[in-house]
Unconditional design. Sequence first.
Length: 563
Amino acid sequence: MKKLKYGLLAAGFGVAVLSFSFKEDLFLVSKNLDIFASLYKEININYVDDTNAPQLMKTGIDAMLDSLDPYTEYVPESEIEDYKLKYVSTQYGGIGAGTVFIDGKLFINEVSEGYPANKSDIKAGDQVVSINGIAIKGKDRQEISQLLRGPKGTAVDLLVIRDGKEITKKLMREEIKQPNVSYSGMVGDGIGYIKLDKFLENSGQEVKDALLSIQKENPKGVVLDLRNNGGGILQEAVKIVNLFVNKDQLIVTQKGKNVEKTIAYKTLLTPVSTSVPLVVLVNGNSASASEIVAGSLQDLDRAIVIGQRSYGKGLVQQTFNLPYNSLVKVTVAKYYTPSGRCIQKLDYAHKNADGVAERFADSTMVMYQTKAGRNVYSGNGVYPDIVVDAVKLSPITISMLNKNLFFNYANQYRKEKPSLASAKTFQLSDADYTAFSGSLADKDLTYLSRTERLLSDLRLEAEKENKSAEVKTDLENLKYKLTSSKKTDLISHKAEIKRVLETQIVSRYFYEKGRIEQSFQYDKELAAAKNLFTNQSQILAILKGDGNYKVIGKPTRATASID
């Protein structure tokens, strides 16, 4: 009886403390709102120059949210449609064309197959002069989007310049659907492949449809490609995992300060395929919902993850409506995969003196175990079972991309060669590459190599230590050698530059689908998956955690463990 009494007393004390804390929080919120409202009013009434009241408020809100994390953001009414397109829906009214600014001029750089721009023979390389009679000179990216987009069935008049001649094009806007699954099918050797670009509305159904189609081919393995997929809707991630694992499996748990935000998500439906060997491809740009899928399938020992360590975003956001048709997206929880690990990489709660969030230290990471007893670790993303080194572009290639130096050559190539035999096997000839190199004769190819940046840092350090005179000759000799070696970069990085140029050229003929198919011949992660599917013993060894496969991504320092 005493124990019960003490228990009730303790519970009552806890409620009292909680009630007091809640009232104190409400008072502080109310107090600070009064201060903020008064300050805002006085600034707008009394500041010496005219103020833009809405912009002033947005600046204040943005500064407040910047102190939290980059995912908590305010969305005013004017930006709602862009927000929905980015985070919710894959549909909008438009013409199905992408644009790029080059030297202050607006060009079509990409056309989607089957949509108004494609039907009206709009081509990559066309310079857009006006949209519905409105000159685009001086317009920014958002203004261009607003001019091109609109309700389905409405007209758009484009004035473009092609080969020095002005051409007027009249188009009718259609509902543009940007699928979550940009490509699916068989990729040779009996392997099914699904490329998922985002987790927006209907992504679970799109993956299911693709998987059902592949199942008809009796694949010996399926690849789910989540590379460069920044995530989206958490529930869609759960639906996708459900395609491969049985009903009533815990997939992810989100936990927040507000107990109402603590939710466990389990599979609810009958799966499509629980036995076909499965590989998930990830890289450093696979984040959020991508990591839920990859991490949970790894924890449940259902799939083998191949690629590079994922981004490490273990945070969940929810939107809340605000007055005047605005909203705020707030980080409300962290998510945890079935083993119990959170893969969040950056510690936003404890930023450094410069206000920058740093990685969680290896010593703080905790070891968890998959269903079969393999060791996995919290923090710092999902570590792959099979690591494939990332392809890193050289400085010259990055510089050429940033300066759009591939753009004009790809357009000219399309004019001179009306057709290509196949996207899957297309490669530039040596003669074509020589012609491309020649087209760069009058172009700006200046850039700083990694070694030159290090040399510049070394020069600064020498100056700080008053040793410039002692090393001046050596530094100048090294600079000369580096400058000389850069002259051969077009040759030494030929294979890499060719691949990038081929991608742009093939898209002029076969659009996005062709670009994806053409890339398969260079895809190291896909090749690793294909090789794995030919080795059943290795697949079993990885999933059971035999030998070296027992530990996945062990941190460099000792960690705590959770049994």
